[in-house]
Design a protein around this ligand. Sequence first.
Ligand code: C2E
Ligand code: CA
Ligand code: CA
Length: 701
Amino acid sequence: MPTDLSALTEDLIRDADGLFAGLLRNAMIGVYIIQDDLFRYANPRFADMFGYTQDEICNLLGPDDLVTPGEQAKVRDAIGTRLDGLSDTAHYSFEGVRKDGSRIDLEVFGNRTEFDGRPAIIGMLVDITARCAAERTANERLNFIGQLIEAIPSPLFFKDAEARYLGCNKAFEAFIRRPRDELIGRSVFDISPPELAARYHEADQALFDEPGVQTYEASVEAADGMRRDVIFNKATWLRADGSMGGLVGVITDITERKQTEALVWVQANYDPLTGLPNRRLLHDRLGELMKKAHRDHASVAVLYIDLDRFKEVNDALGHEAGDQLLIEAARRIVGCVRESDTVARQGGDEFTVLLPGLSERTPVERIAEDIIAAIDHPFRLGNDLAYVSASIGVTFFPQDALTPTDILKNADQAMYHAKDAGKNRFSYFSPSMQEHALQRLQLGKDLRSALAEAQLELHFQPILHLVSGEVRKAEALLRWNHPTRGQIPPDEFIPVAEELGLIDAIGTWVFERAIDFILRWRALHPPPAGMPCPLQIAVNASPQQFLRGQSLEVLMLRLESVGLPGSCIAIEITEGLLLDEQPAVIAQLARLSAAGIQVSIDDFGTGYSAMAYLKRLDIDTLKIDRSFVRDLTTDPGDLAITEAIIAMAHKLDIKVVAEGVETLAQRERLSAAGCDYSQGFLFSRPLPEAAFFDLIAPTTP
Ligand code: C2E
Ligand code: CA
Ligand code: CA
């Protein structure tokens, strides 16, 4: 039929109600009528939605033409049920297809109606593409956030405003060892032990009372029953209307960080070798003890312990043995004090003991003596036995000083005093020690420039051959002409040089001057044939020169380069150096002996009386100490000792020099006892080089 149905419909509707027709034409919603699977009517908006003209739709297209294939069944079904009279209305959405093939999301409100006297569907369509797109985006976002939360390795959870769990991520499930199904809708009281739950609940409430963020550290029990240190970070979230929505929480496991921090603290405060507190922790503890003592009107005693001869053991037996000794020494010291006392290692072979609550000298003395006795026992280091001793300085807070630095300085000075007084003992701090220490400090400074500024000088003291009356030897003795203090005796500055590590340089200088002297002497008085060395110079050497440094090396090289026989020089050493026959010392002695250089034992009889070394080592001369010679004519004991030394030495083919011979009577006694040489003021004091030349020139050929 050629009749334009759509125009007809328009007419009909216009007839029915002109206003309604206008509405339909201009409506922003699509209006349609379906009958016999064809659109009988479509308003302009409807046609527009699908990109057709009204004429292209009406009576030509059916629902299937405008619905995506996947939704056609649904739409057909909805239309069918209404036409069958099963339902009058339908409300659903579907995806439509436009003329150009693009898609459109639509919401439909359909009604059964009559058209041309037969059943039909009249409906309205709303374009919901934008809304659907927004929903899709929102869903995607939610999905993304969900995945993100799952992927976060830190445990994370959400709670509502009643502090019931809303959700969590996998890490949280693992952390509390429960699947989220068991969590959602529950509170901490349902899952944590009561006292923990109460704490968490309190924290949640605090956050709800004062919305914002909250951070706190806690210690929790992990799956394996181990304690873990964690940080809780929680924040409230609000609904769009501003009411409290709940909270979100993240847990950060900081157990490892805490452990590292603890380890770093231990490393910074403890000595790795002995496990004792180090210098740093010592200062802290001392500071604390001082504060407490101040409050309680009490005292703190501080002991500064230095191991005597440790460096020699370390050099001779190696660092590993040295370490063993330190560990053992630490153990012994700890064994002498109460558990509440602090024993610290200051570094090297120095230890410090803090004794709080002791102001009386008696118990402190007992502890100091215990430590000295404990260290005095030989140390077994592998196959070796090592002998060291302890020198201890004692000082008191608040009696002697008021700051940790001053207290430790005092204790150090008192310790040096104990060393100077002969080691293996303790000494109390006194103000005069402080004075002394200051002087020593100044002396050390001055000594550094003494060599460069030619303030040192060698004097020579003749040593007389008793049988012939000839001067065959002389001892070189060091003098320091200090620019302001005048001449400083070697007994005063040699120990300072040793302490400051200057002795090797000074020793080298002494050797060089001694060789120069011999060369000058020989230039004036050429040695007769068959007597390569009519005048031997004895030079003192410190133990340190034997154990460290280059001075002996320089001596041997110099002698060789100037063509002097080694027998022109004798080295004077003290017994202490030979005591435990350290390999390094024995090797040096062998090299000296190979170079023809003689070795004398100085101050014999005053040190340790382990004389076994005399028969094993290549010793040429013993020098009987001045203290025996002094009372030789009055003390029968000293005479007996002197005679015994001479007899023993001769049996071992060793020559004897008596030191400090001041009287004729002494010299006669020594001659009678068979002593070989005499040295002392009786014949001559030590003299400057020129005076010495004058003195002995006539006695040599
Ligand atoms: P020493 O090796 O025992 O030297 C002998 C000391 O006795 C010298 O003291 C000397 O002046 C003194 N003396 C000599 N005859 C008599 C006497 O009849 N009566 C008295 N009362 N004393 C006498 P000096 O020169 O003061 O030296 C002291 C110490 O300094 C030396 O003792 C020695 O151990 C050390 N010394 C001196 N020069 C050097 C050196 O170049 N290197 C090293 N390492 N030490 C040195
Ligand atoms: Ca000497
Ligand atoms: Ca001597």
